[in-house]
Design a protein around this ligand. Structure first.
Ligand code: ATP
Length: 333
């Protein structure tokens, strides 16, 4: 059987991009026969960006509740919080010692921050934590801990998966074949959703439409999506239209064709926004009640996550013992 692994950073309220790019496809994938799935709440990763404990905890609950409301069956998958698995930071150190610093220097997330500093004529490493620098190693540990073969990711994450392969390969070379080399699974059909401002929708950009925002708020946020100034009756471009791209991620092919025609016919932006609102609400509405019920019963979510952690540790605990032995450390367990 093949093993698939996916995580969402607990850095804020889950949004439509997380749903389309991660939650919805992962719930579908978990139903396929012969697949073992590992889905986790990446709270160690969140600490790289967030130093607000209440926000981390709230985000953890919101993302867990969203995944469950979207139909994730915790009996079919290992569904856990990253920080409930103490073997992960332990493995991170073993991998750190197998990671070339020069390789980490080239990681996109780190380099983007360095480039920003250089552009501002500041010290290249100003305000950059070692956590950001080490992020690809923590991610490698997440993956190889469970010997995941396939890691579904967006294009921006391909490089980090390659680094995980690289690190695992080095470890295997030095200490023997312990790790499966992971592969990125790029789902061509899964779009990157633009946010309200047209950039990638992201918790970090404050441009999101929260997945389970109340109906009235959803309508208001959609009304705020950036459009051009073309008047009703004037043909509209679907190319580069954030509204159209979001619609496409929810709609069937027939529905998409019909909105494309409406654009050509000069649909008013207000009407196009109403069409988008109704389409999203149709998909989300049936899950709202379940979401609210999980949010109102955090103890229930906690029990599910703790059971998931116990399940994940059935793999992690014996594996870390084997790895400690391989590198020459005493067995703790
Ligand atoms: P952060 O800003 O903290 O990185 P994020 O909102 O960009 O948060 P992540 O938690 O890093 O999202 O990503 C979780 C999952 O959601 C990943 O699989 C990622 O590919 C997917 N995802 C995030 N944003 C989008 C988007 N705009 N469109 C499609 N998928 C997305």
């Amino acid at each position: 059987s093949s093993r698939v692994l996916t995580g969402i950073t607990t850095s804020g309220t889950p949004h439509l991009g997380n749903y389309v790019g991660s939650i919805r496809p992962s719930v579908r994938a978990s139903l396929a026969p012969g697949v073992e799935s590992f889905y986790f709440l990446a709270d160690y990763h969140a600490l790289i960006k967030i130093d607000d404990p209440a926000r981390i905890q709230r985000s953890t609950l919101e993302i867990a509740a969203s995944w469950l409301a979207a139909g994730l069956d915790p009996n079919r998958v290992a569904f856990y919080r990253q920080s409930d698995i103490p073997e992960i930071p332990e493995l991170t150190w073993l991998l750190t010692c197998m990671s070339a610093k020069g390789m980490l220097n080239r990681a996109h997330a780190y380099k983007a921050s360095v480039d920003k500093n250089l552009a501002a004529q500041a010290d290249p490493d100003a305000d950059i934590s070692a956590g950001l620098f080490m992020y690809p190693v923590l991610m490698a540990a997440d993956i190889v801990m469970f010997n995941a073969h396939k890691v579904p990711v967006g294009r921006d994450q391909i490089q980090h998966i390659e680094m995980a392969r690289d690190i695992a390969q080095r470890f295997n070379h030095v200490y023997g074949e312990h790790f499966v080399l992971p592969e990125a699974l790029i789902e061509e059909s899964v779009a990157t959703l633009p946010g309200l401002d047209g950039r990638k929708m992201s918790k970090s950009y404050d441009n999101t439409i929260p997945l389970f925002t109340p109906r009235a708020e959803l309508r208001k946020l959609i009304a705020g999506i950036l459009t051009d100034s073309r008047a009703p009756g004037e043909p509209k471009d679907t190319e580069g239209s954030a509204l159209f791209q979001i619609y496409q991620a929810f709609a069937s092919e027939a529905e998409t064709t019909s909105l494309r025609q409406a654009y050509a016919d000069g649909i008013a932006w207000g009407d196009a926004k109403q069409v988008l609102f109704e389409r999203i609400d149709r998909e989300i509405a049936p899950m709202r009640q379940a979401y609210q019920s999980y949010m109102d019963n955090p103890g229930q979510v906690e029990d599910i996550l703790l059971a998931g952690a116990a399940k994940a540790r059935q793999t992690a605990t014996p594996f870390i013992a084997k790895l400690r032995h391989a590198v020459g450390l005493r067995d703790l367990r």
